[in-house]
Design a protein around this ligand. Sequence first.
Ligand SMILES: Cc1ncc(COP(=O)(O)O)c(C=O)c1O
Length: 367
Amino acid sequence: MSWEENVRTVTPYTAGEQPKDPGIIKLNTNECPYPPTPKIQEALKELEDTTDRLRLYPDMNATRLVNALADIYGVDPAQIYVGVGSDDVLSMSFLTFFTSGKRILFPDITYSFYDVWAELYRIPYTMVPLRDDFSIDPENYIPDSASYAGKNENIGGLIFPNPNAPTGVALPLADIERIVKANPDIPVIVDEAYVDFGSESARTLLPKYENLLIIQTFSKSRALAGLRIGFAIGSKKMISYLNDVKFSFNSYTMNLPAIVMAEAAVKDDAYFHSLTDRIIETREAFKKDLSALGFTYPDSMTNFVFASHPKVHAKELFAELRAKGILVRYFDKPRINEYLRITVGTREQMQKVVSALREILTEHHAL
Ligand SMILES: Cc1ncc(COP(=O)(O)O)c(C=O)c1O
């Protein structure tokens, strides 16, 4: 018997690489290529002469940030929960809503942190195959349906991103509503990390479904991955259950500068829309350029494109792009090992990606 038999051992999530070389075109972790709102600098002035405030604990409810989010989304502040990036909010949600001992369902190709949390919290789970075109089949999540994935099981919860990652594919709101409506007795979580890039949020369903939780992030559409801010919107009941778990774990998750900066970012709605508009425009132009080079991709509604070339292996493309100073994401996993997930950067960066791909494909006689 070794002491190590008493340790909770897990295989951790593999995050995208953070390269040291500042010259690299970094398109591997879906960050925003533009800076966050300049209003953040102004907001920080509030802290300049008051470093004494750092002597004290921050507001454990992050009230200013919660109120600002409640304001723009038109909900009660008691319907908002904030955390250290949506990873923190998701992790707390798994712990709060999915540890009943029952099995949960999520797609087989999805955010690869879900199975890590499930393992960490000892939650049984079934990964439900996406269709061949990488779309979610809503029937798989509907108990009365012939193709329900939880048949003969006692299902305790559902989670999926919308749009999904790393595929970029969005599920129409009507399908999400069918899924939520058909599962009134279990928590249903929709991870909307990429919803601001052109798909429809399930926020509008909240007044009808008490068991629905929506999770979003400041890391993508608000250009604040470095700040680590995420949030959930749900019924007052769901949010209060989440808070009970959070306050049993770590009360002071949100530090004062982060609260101040995030509040300023939320209040600058015009800047937020200018960011997402620019990304969407660049994405659509990039899709056309990819098609012209022979790539195929599921139609992305996110700030990345999941692309495959019929003549050159994705693994080779990944390595050759990297040699040219362009870093994208490659997943060496079944079903998706012929795809590259390429974050949408600035227009100039995407033109460099297209030129680099053209050179590589020419060298492979694949154009
Ligand atoms: C689907 C999905 N959910 C959640 C996250 C976590 O984002 P963050 O913790 O930066 O808010 C990511 C990050 O890439 C993601 O792709």
